[in-house]
Design a protein around this ligand. Structure first.
Ligand code: 5AD
Ligand code: SF4
Length: 468
């Protein structure tokens, strides 16, 4: 699944200055890439209401928290942020200046009424499936109503959102996310996603192709397809034939000007033959795959309802590597799931040793009320979770550093994304999603250039332009 740990400020849409009265919105995005995508689409929707995006909260008339519910801490952060915003609202009220507070995303979906009860300063609560109605919700709130809109909308929000490439002032980028699928029917016993994002829904092929073509016409060179269970995507082609994510990738690969494709996040059960063929055939499908396994013990995998065994996962990785030998793996791991013994944990370490990851996210199990895992016996004491996480992270970090070191001296393709800190320096992405600094005076953002890796730091690589 998609969520990762990064906390991101999404401030994608400055200046639509023509509209009056001009209001400013500050959007704080928590959690996964899908929330980053959603924040962008919410700021497009707000731009059509005359809102410009600011990255200075002090300056904002509306603060929107786009929240994550995946672990307990993520939800707690929202309530403490709301406490601080309540104080700001009091100060603004004394100055006679508008200050509205909105909560969007998965905490909004899961705890909408609870948020409204606990935090009277909140004006609008809006779920991930209804955010196309945000402008109306704000208008209703402005005349004194408190709006909680977390029903699953019958209409397709994507049909009601403004074209992301048409929003004036949206920061243009050479990489973009594109949501193709939302929700999850897998019901892993630790996970809230099936409850917050609902059941699996795939966007239609033509809607996706059309959004991709617009993004590419707007200068995007790399697209990352998003979904909580992206490889469960399914649709129908022009001939009415049922197709899956592999076919979608072949179709998108035909778009002239598009240089790179990625997708995240996948479930091992949905890695079908066609998708593996796409990794074999499409050079533009980057050789990097986020394929969470969560644990290495079959007993724990069963209790987690992952519906595959550790050996099946390892065999799958072997098939994918046979199809695309330069592929690098990324994963998600949970330590301290209820009932996890030392022996079970050892099996996770063994699996990590066997697979070898270029990158990974790992977490202590966090009890989520309402999920089946919460009711299991034998919860693991906190100090054991802490110790297991430290051991796992030590191993994963070692593998990550070994992978980075193995690239030193190699010539690779780099998509240049943004200026670096020093003059003449640019920052790009390797095929394996690493950030790479290069001195490249004669190249521009959006170019894909050949570089030789010269050094590896803890979070990024360094390179020089390769001759010829
Ligand atoms: N506790 C800890 N980690 C969790 N994840 C999902 N739910 C929980 C939970 N209750 C992790 C999984 C998932 C990632 C996005 O977050 O590893 O793949
Ligand atoms: Fe991923 Fe399982 Fe959660 Fe679905 S239920 S989003 S597969 S972790």
């Amino acid at each position: 699944m998609t969520q990762d740990t990064a906390l991101i400020d999404a401030t994608g849409t400055p200046e639509d200055a023509a509209a009056a009265p001009e209001r400013k919105v500050f959007i704080k995005t928590y959690g996964c890439q899908m929330n980053v995508y959603d924040s962008g689409r919410m700021s497009d929707a707000l731009a059509s209401e005359g809102y410009v995006t600011t990255d200075d909260m002090e300056d904002a008339d509306l603060v929107l928290l786009n929240t994550c519910h995946i672990r307990e801490k993520a939800a707690e952060k929202v309530y403490s942020a709301l406490g601080r915003l309540r104080e700001t609202k009091k100060v603004r009220a004394a100055e006679g200046r508008e200050f509205m507070i909105g909560v969007a995303g998965c905490v909004a979906q899961a705890e909408g009424d609870e948020i409204a009860r606990r935090e009277p300063a909140v004006d609008v609560v809006i779920g991930p499936q209804t955010y196309h109605r945000l402008p109306q919700a704000l208008r209703r709130a402005r005349i004194g109503e408190r709006v909680v809109d977390t029903e699953y909308a019958l209409e397709d929000k994507f049909e009601h959102l403004p074209d992301p490439t048409k929003t004036k002032g949206r920061v243009r980028s050479v990489t973009a996310f594109l949501t193709v699928q939302e929700g999850c029917d897998k019901f892993c016993t630790f996970c809230v996603v099936p409850y917050t994002r609902g059941s699996e829904v795939s966007r239609p092929l033509l809607q996706i192709v059309s959004e991709a073509e617009k993004l590419v016409a707007d200068g995007v060179r790399e697209l990352t397809l998003l979904g909580q269970n992206v490889n469960a995507w399914h649709g129908v082609d022009a001939a009415g034939r049922a197709i899956g994510l592999g076919d979608l990738l072949y179709r998108l690969a035909e778009i002239p000007g598009l240089a790179r494709l990625r997708y995240t996040t996948s479930h091992p059960r949905d890695m079908d033959d066609r998708l593996i063929e796409a990794h074999r055939d499409l050079r533009m499908l980057m050789p990097y795959l986020h394929l969470p396994v969560q644990a290495g013990s079959d007993r724990i995998l069963k209790a987690m309802n992952r519906r595959h065994k550790a050996a099946e996962y390892v065999a799958l990785i072997e098939r994918i590597r046979a199809a695309r030998p330069d592929i690098a793996l990324s994963g998600d791991f949970i330590v301290g799931f209820p009932g996890e013994t030392d022996e079970d944990f050892r099996a996770t370490l063994d699996l990590v040793e066997t697979v070898g990851y270029a990158q990974a996210y790992s977490f202590k199990y966090s009890t989520r009320p309402g999920t089946p895992g919460a009711d299991l016996p034998d919860h693991v004491p906190e100090e054991i979770k802490v110790e297991r996480l430290a051991r796992l992270q030590e191993l994963l970090l070692k593998q990550q550093q070994e992978f980075s070191q193995s690239l030193i001296g190699r010539t690779i393709d780099l998509l240049l994304e943004k200026p670096g800190r020093l003059p003449g320096q640019l920052i790009g992405r390797s095929p394996w999603l690493q950030s790479v600094n290069v001195d490249a005076n004669s190249s521009q953002i959006g170019d894909i250039i050949n570089v030789r890796i010269t050094a590896a730091g803890p979070n990024s690589l360094f390179a020089e332009v390769a001759e010829g």
